[in-house]
Write a protein that binds this ligand. Structure first.
Ligand SMILES: [Fe+2]
Ligand SMILES: [Fe+2]
Length: 164
């Protein structure tokens, strides 16, 4: 049996997050269409564009490894996105829809923050400086998105959801 090392873990996790990012890229326009708050719609649209770049950065990390960019089914993101769909359906036309969608999007961001945090540290351990830089850049964008969603939720979405 081939030895499994930190490099193996890194490559496997990279495939996992590559799969997830491409799923997220497809989910964000749907969430933007479903949202009613113009600010939330704009936040989803902006992050869709960023996510396109996240996919490209991951392709660059695969290049650093000299491996083909290939995803592997990530059950975690499937579940998180399915919950988002559920909110979209169950709260359609309801005052609490946007607060629900923002919370679903934050679950996605937290998943990404966990994965990119790990990958960035492992890249450092493995001496993959260029890969680490790419991963940290994306990690910061995920964190900023999470913070922007918190600000929107606290600023208006939660009170709108409560008021109706
Ligand atoms: Fe991302
Ligand atoms: Fe994200």
């Amino acid at each position: 049996m081939a030895e499994k090392t930190l490099a193996t873990l890194f490559h496997e996790t990279l495939k996992d997050v590559y799969y997830a990012e491409r799923k997220i890229l497809k989910a964000l326009p749907k969430m933007a269409r479903g949202a009613t708050s113009p600010k939330l719609k704009a936040a989803f649209a902006k992050h869709r564009d960023e996510t396109e770049v996240h996919v490209e950065r991951l392709q660059q990390v695969f290049d650093v490894l000299g491996k083909p960019a290939r995803g592997k089914t990530c059950d975690a993101i499937e579940g998180i996105l399915a919950e988002g769909d559920e909110i979209l359906e169950a709260f359609k036309g309801q005052a609490a829809l946007d607060a629900g969608l923002a919370s679903a999007a934050q679950a996605v961001e937290h998943y990404e923050i966990a994965r990119y945090g790990t990958l960035a540290r492992w890249a450092g351990e493995l001496g993959l400086k260029d890969a680490q830089k790419l991963l940290v850049t994306t990690l910061h964008e995920e964190t900023k998105t999470d913070e922007a969603l918190t600000a929107l939720a606290e600023g208006s979405l939660n009170s709108a959801a409560r008021a109706a």
